[in-house]
Design a binder for this molecule. Sequence first.
Ligand code: UDX
Length: 482
Amino acid sequence: MFTTIRSYLFILILLPWTTYISGDTKIAVIGTGYVGLVSGAGLAEFNNEVICADIDTEKIAKLNNGIMPIYETNLEDLVRRNVQKGKLSFTNDIVYAMTTSDVIFIAVGTPMKDDGSADLSYINEVVDMIAQNINGYKIIVTKSTVPVGTGKKIRARLEHNFGINPTLFSIVSNPEFLREGIAVYDFLHPDRLIIGSDSDKALTTMCKIYEPLIMDGTIRILTDIQTAEMIKYASNAFLALKISYINEIANLCDATDADVKMVAQAMGLDHRISPYFLKPGPGFGGSCFPKDSQAIINIAQQYKLPMLTVEASLATNYLQQKKPVEKLVTLMQNKINQNLINKKIAVLGLSFKANTDDIRYSPSIATIQYLQQLGAHVVAYDPVANNNMKTLFSDIQYCQTPYEAVTDADGIIIMTDWDHIKQIDFVRVKELVKQPFIIDARNCINPNILKRLGFICDSIGQSHLYRQKNECTYKVFSYTRN
Ligand code: UDX
């Protein structure tokens, strides 16, 4: 059976609908972070009976009171609806969650260790708890991103460390592809479902769990565990690579007066490339791309294999995160012959991208650090991430509005393309600032507005728009350069 699954790698298997057992599947989701909470609520929306468990008592108390511990679009509605339907509940009693469920999703953190490898201690703790409390056949699903080979290790741990009979459990890898900020949408409308297991029984149950999606025509890829685990790393490292590539092209555009948005859109029209994930900026951040790129390098090292492309992507990302400050330094040097010592610089946007309060590996961290190294006084604004950033930088000033942040500023760096930031009234900003320098590290503000108001600006890969004196026709595709 195992060989059959392997040989059908990447084919879509239509398991007969009749094999699905009718009735709701009882699911425990261990870990209520971004992945666990969204997945738990989403699985409940698919009519499963879900219990989300976490050792964090404060988090569970909040959830039981209808308060979301994270900021995620439409999550509150999804949670409330499913709690009301009786499909979703929360507990601190992890053993209770495990013993009352048939399927256990592990969605605990796998943070990066100093050597770049993923720390599996939280996963192992959950596996040990399952072993100690197993009370019947369980399907153990890894939802967290885990190094290739983890599924096999979980099996070995259960069988060898705890002597659990292999007929009592199946292992499944079901990686998530959720983007923070639109994670609920991504869970409910995935491009594809990846399910890896060496058990037909487990694959059938997993298909039943995702039945509404499958009925809607979502492509499922049923494969073995290690292939499913690899798909996640290969996808994330490739997306990261794509961003690093367009960031290098953006820098070359700046040097040659070419326009990166046009370049990216035109490149993307080649079906083999696609325009998605070709937006240049201040480098990628977040909890996945930096960590997963580093982890795949680490996995390759274990097999004594080079991963030069991914290493290059990370090296580019490191350099790119310095770009916004470097650009500000260059502008101020060229226009007023001044450096950043004692200058007040407003950093607008702290989260690693819009619509999330997550600051993990946010490019804003590198920007603030670099500004401080150069002697600047940093003032920051983010609609939701101020408090998170305070845990890293207690010595900078945080503001409740962008206008407060830019008051008397010598320079502004736009780091996140929040709607709150894109909709700023720059007429008002011009009246408030001390000096009119702006770096738009997300290419999200119309250059004509800034130029008309007399700002001295730069962007990522669109410097020519600011260099030319006349107004630019800011239209992708139909845009013709003067
Ligand atoms: C990512 C993956 O997209 C998701 O599939 C995976 O499961 C988890 O990691 P996430 O980290 O939430 O999701 O955010 P994403 O929207 O992918 O952005 C990651 C980083 O890349 C951000 O810093 C973002 O600003 C940057 N980015 C993204 C770009 O610079 N350009 C782009 O075109 C896209």
